[in-house]
Write a protein that binds this ligand. Structure first.
Ligand code: CA
Ligand code: CA
Ligand code: CA
Length: 145
């Protein structure tokens, strides 16, 4: 049905978006290694460092760490992509715990954890984790999977 090509393309695109949505961020059950129903900071940093899901969009030179320049660029675009004001409040110097001048995966994950543990309970609830997951996908800017 060549005359329906436009409609079909639209439907195919919608299916691709729906099917592709969960591809980027890790499933919460992968992070929650003790299956407590929440993700502790330790579970989060360990799980993030093992998978690095999302960090590659920040680490633009592929060095394996996030420099201060990469941080500044990434935080600005993360803030605008997600509308999450918490990105503006994070500062590079306090995130760089070992003062190496860049953020290794553990340091970077710790910042993510701070941002998404919105009630500062010390763990990510299912709701907090799903916000993290949705915003990771928004930040990646890639809805094709
Ligand atoms: Ca847990
Ligand atoms: Ca560092
Ligand atoms: Ca929490």
């Amino acid at each position: 049905m060549p005359n329906d090509l436009t409609k079909m393309t639209g439907a195919a695109a919608l299916i691709a978006i729906l099917a592709g949505a969960p591809a980027l961020a890790q499933d919460m059950t992968q992070m929650d290694t003790d299956q407590s129903g929440t993700v502790s900071e330790e579970e989060f940093t360990t799980g993030y460092a093992a998978n690095l899901s999302g960090m590659e969009t920040w680490d633009t030179d592929g060095s394996g760490s996030v420099s201060e320049d990469e941080w500044a660029t990434g935080a600005a675009s993360a803030g605008s992509a997600t509308g999450n004001m918490a990105w503006d409040e994070q500062d590079f110097a306090s995130a760089d715990a070992d003062r190496s001048g860049d953020l290794n995966p553990e340091e970077f994950a710790a910042v993510l954890f701070l941002i998404y543990d919105t009630d500062q309970s010390g763990d990510l609830s299912a709701d907090e984790y799903s916000t993290y997951s949705e915003e990771q996908d928004a930040m990646s800017g890639d809805d094709q999977g």
